[in-house]
Design a protein around this ligand. Structure first.
Ligand code: SAM
Ligand code: SF4
Length: 328
């Protein structure tokens, strides 16, 4: 289905939980978030019903996210259920990787296409500091398990935080020399995270670094733009000479054309459909499903209301949810 300015909307990101086994400083408060009542959460059958109707309206790609999707009990069953929906030809997960070694094989068997792992540093101490809980070695085992079980191409997502991990950008790029991975650098977004992150972190307002600044700083690495006849997804792709993998930049703030390529909707864990990560507008689906209403018209309404440009560009930050309640 096309939105009001002709963008084809074929991708639905589904947050399956607000809960997480990490507390990344730029995403979650140290104390976590209050768990929702069970009855407020979408049950698997309800998620699948949304997927079915969305597929009838042109959605063909699904990404499961969170919070941390792998902490949702039965996540492998959900993947299997979504896989069976006619019209869905790709199902992926974005995960912090902590439980990936445990689930990679079962996820592949259930029909998962591939996986994105969020990883902000290659230094164990800093990893623990950023995530407040994480063990880098365990995540690394998850990455290896994903490779072994064919959840490919593996994508690593690094949020660039100035003064904290930006000096590791070359090390991350170099991972693509030996590995056929996509290593993607994401600009930090100021969504409900402009309060102190704790000892050893700069003021959050000083932590943003633009893709443009990074590309200029690392010019000497000779990144070559990759020709993308039709850019699929938000990342602009580059390659190091002789590399097996790709380097991507995701620039919601620094790229004026970011929104013109947006093809996605977002479903929150409590059943609200959003046309844009960075706008508070959302349409509740859960009660409609539970009372047997046709949600097709609601999905159509959300697609038609998709903003031309996101609100951070217009200097307004979304207020009703933080990142892990939307799913990134
Ligand atoms: N827990 C999973 C994970 O970390 O991959 C999935 C949910 S997380 C909200 C999805 C993505 O959003 C992660 O790659 C994370 O790094 C990114 N993210 C969270 N807060 C962000 C922020 N303020 N700016 C940019 N990216 C952010
Ligand atoms: Fe959890 Fe992902 Fe947010 Fe980190 S980025 S706190 S892993 S939801």
């Amino acid at each position: 289905m096309k939105d009001s300015i002709g963008r084809t909307i074929n991708y639905l990101r589904i947050s399956v939980t607000d809960l997480c086994n990490f507390r990344c400083v730029y995403c979650m408060p140290a104390e976590g978030v209050k768990p929702r009542e069970h009855s407020e959460m979408m049950r698997f059958e309800e998620i699948v019903q949304v997927v079915r109707v969305a597929a009838e309206n042109g959605i063909s790609k699904i990404r499961l996210t969170g919070g941390e999707p792998l902490v949702r009990h039965g996540i492998v069953d959900l993947v299997r259920m979504i896989r069976q929906v006619s019209g869905i030809n790709e199902i992926t997960i974005t995960t912090n990787g902590l439980l990936l070694a445990k689930y990679a094989e079962a996820l592949k068997d259930a029909g998962l296409t591939r996986v994105n792992v969020s990883l902000d540093t290659l230094k164990p101490d800093l990893f623990k500091k950023i995530t407040r809980y994480g063990e880098l070695a365990t995540v690394w085992q998850g990455i290896e398990a994903a490779e072994k079980h064919g959840l490919l191409p593996l994508k690593l997502n690094m949020v660039m935080v100035a003064g904290i991990n930006d000096n590791e950008i070359p090390d991350f790029m170099n991972l693509t020399m030996q590995n056929a991975w996509h290593v993607r650098f994401i600009e930090l977004m100021p969504i409900q995270n402009q309060v102190s992150w704790g000892d050893g972190f700069p003021d959050p307002s000083e932590c943003y670094i633009s893709t443009g600044a990074v590309l200029e700083r690392y010019q000497h690495m000779n990144l070559k733009p990759v020709y993308q006849p039709e850019q699929l997804g938000p990342a602009k792709l580059y390659q190091l000479p002789g590399a097996r993998g790709f380097v991507g930049f995701i620039s919601p703030l620094d790229d004026d054309h970011f929104c013109s390529r947006c093809n996605r909707l977002r479903l929150t864990a409590d059943g609200n459909l959003r046309p844009c990560l960075m706008s508070d507008f959302e349409v509740p689906l859960l009660n409609a499903i539970r009372s047997g209403e046709d949600i097709s018209v609601l999905i159509e309404k959300v697609i038609k209301q998709k903003p031309v440009r996101h609100e951070l560009i217009l200097n307004h930050t979304p207020e009703n949810r933080n990142m892990m309640q939307i799913g990134g």
